[in-house]
Ligand binder design. Structure first.
Ligand SMILES: [Zn+2]
Length: 253
């Protein structure tokens, strides 16, 4: 008489425990979220410093500052915004070799929200090829210039296996806000909860030389580990596109 209910609850227990333990493959697939805009880290205790618009003359300084702090940053590089990316290839390679995440900010820094599929693909593939030529890999993360997105743009980038990142704190450096004003924004947002992904630009002296050192100290004070955007999304293996790619020897834009 009791056998049936016991077997029933055993089966239920087996089903429940199987469903609650996803396979490692499923975990990786779930963390690499494409087709939607990501604004914030997926885990607490971290800070993902993310820098737009380089490479620029401050790139190497920024790499050195992050390295000295044991911090990992994310660089959203363009191909041509401040001169040709190949003119800064040593700094780009040094950033990659130091374990910072190299990501795409498109070839010409144009707003993708209004573009058609083939134009979006060209903006992405040209900077991909530059990265292949400089350090042998293609990124799987991007931040849209001017944070411009559209349903079409997200669909194209999903097909290209890109994670699209914006931000949850705008440092405002692009709008000539002082480093002190930016610092206040971090203090207001606080260090608890899932980690922040700020919008910052490596092309401003105040960001590189004042805000970043302050943020390194702020992270230390609040027990936050400074990690790449991919790591803060539990997607450290999804930072770059899978596969091997061919260098085409190009060194000019
Ligand atoms: Zn930008």
């Amino acid at each position: 008489m009791l056998l049936k209910p016991i077997i029933g609850s055993l089966l239920l227990a087996v089903c429940t425990s199987t469903a609650s333990i996803p396979s490692p493959v499923e975990v990786i697939r779930r963390a690499h979220t494409t087709g939607t805009v990501i604004t914030k880290c997926a885990i607490p205790g971290v800070l993902a410093l993310a820098f737009d618009d380089g490479p620029y003359t401050y790139t190497q300084k920024l790499v050195d500052t992050l390295n000295a702090a044991g911090a990992k940053g994310t660089f959203f590089f363009t191909g041509t915004l401040y001169g040709c990316i190949y003119n800064q290839k040593t700094a780009v390679k040094n950033a990659y070799d130091s374990g910072h995440q190299i990501s795409s900010h498109t070839w010409t820094h144009t707003s993708l929200g209004n573009l058609g599929a083939s134009q979006i693909q060209t903006e992405m593939t040209r900077v991909e090829q530059a990265f292949v030529n400089i350090f042998g890999r293609k990124p799987a993360y991007m931040r849209p210039p001017n944070l411009s997105t559209s349903a079409n743009m997200l669909s194209v980038l999903k097909q290209m296996n890109y994670v699209v990142i914006t931000d949850d704190i705008d440092a405002g450096d692009w709008n000539h806000e002082s480093a002190q004003s930016s610092e206040q924004k971090f203090q207001n947002a606080g260090a608890s909860g899932n980690g922040h992904i700020p919008l910052m630009h490596e092309t401003y002296d105040s960001t590189v030389n004042t805000l970043v050192p302050w943020l390194i100290n702020w992270a230390k004070t609040n027990n936050l580990k400074i990690v790449t955007v991919a790591e803060c999304l539990d997607d450290v293996d999804g930072m770059y596109q899978p596969g091997n790619f061919t260098v085409n020897g190009q060194s000019t834009c």
